[in-house]
Design a protein around this ligand. Structure first.
Ligand code: UFG
Length: 333
């Protein structure tokens, strides 16, 4: 059985489905601090299976140990973390305390229960403002701009240090920009309050929940002046976690790092125009000044994931944008 820490969250819930599709038993651990228990019902609607779950704060080690005791665990996928860049700037201690303690506790659980298969959610944010794109796993770790970003850099260091003395199998997955939703339209990215990320804002403007999208800067050195990102469908991303679990089994004791993206740089305006076209909905937007801390352009070199994990992103930008719009429309029903 695989423990999915943060399994009710945006990426975690999609990973639960893909694990289930490949025949894995799953135990979801979540405290619903940034998700809803209704996700468990949605997962049941999608798969026909009521997943085992425990409501637990990963920062509470004793409770985590107690509540997982009865389950035979062979792997842990650690998603449980806060992820709002802006909030991390205004409340850094909340981010360091939660994101680091929950990771340490997941590793302590592995140690105590002799679980030797660990997958970690990292982010391309660790590359900071890269000197060269696409970035490979060997590219230099940059200066993270936010406490959120720094919490990912420190998490990677914690994992590396732990691995020196406890060489279990570990995949450290660096996500580029996950967007989109499950094809059912039942689960997706559901930000609490005003969205920080681009696509949830776009879908809310499309739905009339918000008036205008602010595009942060059109004077970057890119083909249309807006920032380039490597947007990846959350379902593709979720599938990579199953590959990582399998890779860990075959590569006992190895610590590996993988970029997960499509390898394509898409600008903010490319994304808006494609959204309007594939969904046939206009997006009201205005160009405003740059957002402090934004990286001009980043996208992934994903060759390592292809060769070693046997994984590539299959779903294109249109699929990302139609699925996100379907999910947004379902929220309003
Ligand atoms: N953007 C806008 N208007 C908005 C929101 C975003 O123009 O209202 C632009 C940004 O300036 C950027 C692009 O859209 O150029 C993407 O921005 P996001 O906020 O969606 O994502 P980031 O690339 O800033 O990445 C952040 C974190 C990552 C994290 C990712 C997904 O830095 O670590 O969000 O949560 F992985």
């Amino acid at each position: 059985m695989i423990l999915v820490a943060g399994g009710a969250g945006y990426i975690g819930s999609h990973a639960v489905i893909e694990l289930y599709n490949k025949g894995y038993d799953v135990l979801i651990a979540d405290n619903f601090s940034n998700s809803s228990p209704s996700v468990l019902d949605k997962l049941e609607l999608i798969t026909g299976k009521r997943f085992d779950h425990i409501t637990v704060d990963l920062c509470d080690l004793e409770e985590l140990k107690k509540r997982t005791k009865e389950y035979k665990l062979s792997g842990v996928i650690h998603f449980a973390a806060y992820k709002s860049v802006g909030e991390s700037v205004s409340n850094p201690l909340k981010y360091y305390a939660n994101n680091l303690q929950s990771l340490v506790n997941s590793l302590k659980l592995c140690k105590e229960r002799d679980i030797r298969n660990f997958v970690f959610s990292s982010s391309c944010t660790v590359y900071g403002n890269p000197n060269q794109i696409p970035v490979t796993e060997k590219s230099k770790i940059g200066k993270a701009e936010s406490p959120y970003g720094k919490s990912k850099v420190i998490s990677e260091e914690i994992i590396q240090d732990y691995h020196h003395t406890h060489p279990i199998s570990i995949c450290n997955l660096r996500y580029f920009n996950p967007i989109g939703a499950h094809e059912s339209g039942l689960i997706g990215d559901y930000p609490d309050g005003k969205p920080n990320n681009l696509l949830p804002f776009v879908t809310q403007v499309a739905a009339g929940v918000r008036d205008t999208l602010s595009v942060f800067g059109d004077d970057y050195d890119t083909h249309d002046g807006t920032c380039l990102r490597d947007y990846i469908h959350v379902v593709d991303l979720a599938k990579a976690h199953v590959n990582a679990i399998e890779y860990n089994v075959k590569n006992e004791g190895k610590h590996s790092i993988f970029n997960l993206g499509t390898g394509k740089g898409v600008s903010v305006l490319d994304l808006i125009k494609t959204f309007e076209k594939v969904n046939n909905v206009p997006i009201n937007y205005e160009i405003v000044s740059r957002r402090p801390g934004d990286v001009e352009a980043i996208f992934a070199d994903c060759h390592k994931a292809k060769t070693d994990l046997n994984w590539i992103a299959e779903l294109n930008l249109s699929k990302m944008l139609t699925s996100a719009w379907k999910f947004q429309q379902n929220i309003l029903k």
